[in-house]
Write a protein that binds this ligand. Structure first.
Ligand SMILES: NC(=O)c1ccc[n+]([C@@H]2O[C@H](COP(=O)([O-])OP(=O)(O)OC[C@H]3O[C@@H](n4cnc5c(N)ncnc54)[C@H](OP(=O)(O)O)[C@@H]3O)[C@@H](O)[C@H]2O)c1
Length: 252
């Protein structure tokens, strides 16, 4: 399929894990991809992988917690490819994996700043471009942990991701009249770095997850990417403010 030929797609957190898989999937279907994140080397690697298969991409370093950098990211995306049609706000962090009473103020603020304010800032500047340029589609990456499921010792992360789910719905209502469709994907444990516990190998994770969700395995990064591409595609034209859970049945 070539659903995104002629479209420009911005993916934050595109230097690793789910963000990289999403960037590759869009490029494979014809999109020009802007790969954003804080680390130039990992973004360059993503661009290299896309170019090696004949795709088009560029890397832009930006910290999603900094409004000026995000504004510049949108400006550079538009300058480079002539517009911005689709944005995937995927950058996120997980910290403070202790009971809520023991979470440090530093971890709490970092998680909320990156996962919530970062998504809001990205949408703010993406919408500023899209609303005057024929609309667009935004997909935020939340998590099944948050609005759909809670587990112990992840309060900061759970709070931040519940906020991303709610923010997505609120933003969808506010901007659909400008032709901007906003939705979320909420992955569960996936084949990407964040689901690995400290010191755990992928084989250890596979063994642990066998009993942790009904399907008995993590979602492949490509399976999460497929959901993002669907929401961004014309086939999802009437899908507004949805939070699509891809979690192997964990929150069923
Ligand atoms: N993996 C899972 O099982 C899972 C499950 C549910 C939800 N998710 C969500 O999916 C997203 C991707 O997760 P992942 O597993 O692929 O994790 P990951 O490999 O750690 O990717 C996160 C990406 O975000 C970027 N990032 C972090 N802080 C940033 C900032 N301030 N500004 C710009 N970029 C920033 C990181 O790059 P730099 O450090 O270079 O900036 C990194 O490339 C996250 O939002 C996560 O919460 C993941």
């Amino acid at each position: 399929m070539n659903r995104f030929t002629g479209k420009t797609v911005l993916v934050t957190g595109a230097g690793s894990g789910l963000g990289r898989a999403i960037a590759l999937a869009f490029a494979a279907e014809g999109a020009s991809v802007v790969a954003a994140g804080r680390t130039a080397a990992s973004l360059d690697e993503t661009v290299g992988l896309i170019e090696a298969t004949g795709g088009t991409a560029t890397a832009v370093t930006a910290d999603v917690t900094d409004s000026g950098q995000v504004k510049n990211l949108i400006r550079r995306s538009v300058t480079r490819f002539g517009g911005l049609d689709i944005a995937v706000n995927n950058a996120g962090i997980l910290r403070g994996t202790v009971p809520v009473g023991e979470v440090s103020e530093e971890d709490w603020e970092a998680v909320l700043r990156t996962n919530v304010t970062g998504v809001w800032l990205a949408m703010k500047h993406e919408i500023a471009h899209m609303k005057g340029n024929g609309g667009g589609s935004i997909v935020n990456i939340a998590s099944n942990l948050g609005a759909h499921l809670r587990t112990p010792n992840l309060a900061a992360y759970i709070t931040s991701k519940a906020a991303v789910s709610a923010l997505t719905r609120a933003a969808a209502l506010d901007h659909i009249h400008q032709g901007i469709r906003i939705n979320a994907v909420s992955p569960g444990a996936s084949a990407a770095p964040m689901s690995l516990r400290p010191g755990e190998t992928e084989a250890d994770r596979a063994e642990r997850v066998k009993t942790q969700n009904p399907l008995g395995r993590v979602a492949e990064a490509e399976e999460v990417a497929a959901a993002v591409l669907y929401l961004a595609s014309p086939a999802a034209g009437a899908v507004v403010g949805t939070d699509l859970v891809i979690d192997s049945g964990a929150s069923a």
